[in-house]
Design a protein around this ligand. Structure first.
Ligand code: BES
Ligand code: MN
Ligand code: ZN
Length: 498
């Protein structure tokens, strides 16, 4: 989709979109089209009982006295409540309407629209961002697309007061959205295609954008002693990789922020095998690593002024004669021994070594891990909030705030030594499952033991990364959760201003 910001010249073809708030007062764009159509638009609004609720759309076909094919009125809810999230989600609702109606050329008339909390160009950018985010589709493996699957918004022209400001801001949104789409694409790829090696190669391709990428293979990980990660991989015919991505946009001596992702390209559960129903969905078990990759793409795409490292452990968890057994004890990179009681609690084994490696090599200011780690988080929070657990309280507070602004919500669960006891092992230093509920929290406590007390946040994204429930900004299936959240979190709190 081509997005262009302009002012003054109104194209006269395709679909015109105007916005309306619940107060019913015509916005300047609506007024001009109402005048042009000699009162037709205002009559259509009254006849249809249009209320201007957030995301509500009214389409009128073949309006008279204009060469537009149709006019769509988009509701933005109450004027006083209009903020970044409302605008973004309304843009998404508009995308659904435009795609349904097969509108390929669209003009959004926003000049002169004044909102208390948003500048005119910000309103335009957030609407466009929502529109793009919701237009995503993954059709690579369909050889015979149905008509409606072929619908595409080709060109979006946004009329705002200061187009150059729109261009400048939207450049950043566009970079983040590219990152989101990378994450979603990776999650949609089937597990026979997206093996750890294939995913590693996709990440190596980020070099084109100026990201430094290092790859550790099995031999190198063996040498270092990453036996927790390797234990997960040993049942698979597809070898594991640890991929280290670095973006150096800040001062060379500033400690980086580190993002660590669980990249299990397929999780059968291993010997503790999962039931057959919906096992296919475990191809999304690399969603944390995909989000880290998307974030790196965004930072590089918009040349963020910050130092960031992304580390992902890519493995496949399979049952096999060589697979790890329940009862195995392995020595992790940290030197701590782990008793593997359940081979399906594999994500934390991968992260144990990835986290230790990351803090030891980079001494980050803050370490954030993203993982589709537990089914328990789906029980606790469903598909609307990711769980955040960690030791960096101020950063958690800031991240929560950012999440509310951009529409990727996180909810904090406690860190508490009483839960930590639950993962003490009789035979080793730690065991990989607890026995007294709170599965999301005990998993986080397991990870905490491998952070070496570096300020840290764990995001359990198992519920939000992939869902058949419709999410406003992503529809159903992969959301790319984490890319925009962390991109904005970095922009607001860590990037140097010029
Ligand atoms: N990848 C799963 C968690 C998951 C569940 C992700 C549902 C997405 C949707 C993880 O590896 C897992 O299997 N966790 C186990 C841990 C248990 C064995 C302690 C779980 O949550 O059941
Ligand atoms: Mn598992
Ligand atoms: Zn898993």
């Amino acid at each position: 989709m081509q997005v262009t910001f302009k002012s003054l010249e109104v194209p006269q073809e395709g679909t015109a979109v105007v916005v309306l708030f619940e107060n019913g007062v015509l916005t300047p764009g609506a007024t001009s089209l109402d005048e042009k159509t000699k009162g037709f638009l205002a009559r259509a609004l009254i006849t249809s009982g249009f209320k201007g609720k957030k995301g509500q759309c009214l389409s009128v076909m073949a309006p008279c006295h204009t060469s537009f094919e149709r006019i769509i009125v988009l509701g933005l809810g109450s004027l006083d409540d209009c903020n970044e999230r409302v605008a973004t989600e309304s843009g998404s609702a508009l995308a659904v309407e435009l795609l349904k109606m097969n509108c390929s050329h669209v003009t959004l008339l926003l000049e002169g629209v004044v909102v208390p909390g948003l500048k005119n160009h910000e309103l335009g950018c957030h609407l466009a961002a929502g529109l793009l985010l919701r237009s995503y589709r993954f059709t690579k493996y369909k050889t015979n697309l149905k008509d409606e699957e072929n619908h595409q918004i080709k060109a979006l022209t946004i009329l705002i007061d200061f187009p150059e400001k729109g261009d400048l801001l939207f450049h950043k949104h566009a970079a983040a959205i590219k990152g989101v789409f990378l994450a979603r694409n990776l999650m949609c790829e089937p597990p026979n295609v997206l093996t750890p090696k294939a995913m590693m190669e996709e990440l190596v391709a980020l070099k084109k954008l100026g990201v430094k990428v290092d790859v550790l293979d099995t031999a190198e990980m063996k040498k270092l002693g990453m036996n927790a990660l390797l234990a997960v991989a040993q049942g698979s015919a597809n070898p594991p990789y640890l991929v280290v991505m670095e973006w150096q946009g800040g001062n060379s001596n500033d400690a980086p922020l580190a993002f660590v992702g669980k990249g299990v390209t397929f999780d059968t559960g291993g010997i503790s095998i999962k039931p057959a129903a919906k096992m296919d969905e475990m191809k999304m078990d690399m969603g944390g690593a995909a989000a880290v990759a998307g974030l790196m793409m965004s930072l590089a795409g918009r040349k963020a002024k910050v130092n960031v490292v992304g580390v992902v452990g890519l493995v496949e968890n399979m049952p096999d004669g060589n697979a790890a057994r329940p009862g195995d004890i392995v020595t992790s990179l940290s030197g701590k021994t782990i008793e593997i009681l359940n081979t399906d609690a594999e994500g934390r084994l991968v992260l144990a070594d990835a986290l230790w490696y990351t803090q030891n090599r980079f001494h980050p200011e803050l370490m954030v891990d993203l993982a589709t780690l537990t089914g328990a988080v789906v029980v606790a929070l469903g598909t609307k909030y990711a769980a955040a657990i960690g030791t960096a309280q101020q950063a958690i507070d800031k991240m929560k705030q950012t999440g509310e602004t951009i529409g990727e919500h996180i909810w904090q669960l406690p860190i508490d030594e009483r839960y930590d006891k639950d993962i003490n092992s009789k035979l080793a230093d730690v065991k990989n499952t607890g026995a007294h509920g709170a599965g999301t929290i005990t998993a986080a406590h397991f990870l905490k033991r491998f952070t070496n007390d570096v300020p840290w946040i764990h995001l359990d994204i198992a519920g939000v990364a992939w869902s058949d429930e419709v999410h406003p900004l992503s529809g159903s299936y992969p959301s790319g959760f984490g890319v925009r959240l962390l991109d904005q979190f970095i922009t607001k709190h860590y990037e140097m201003s010029v």
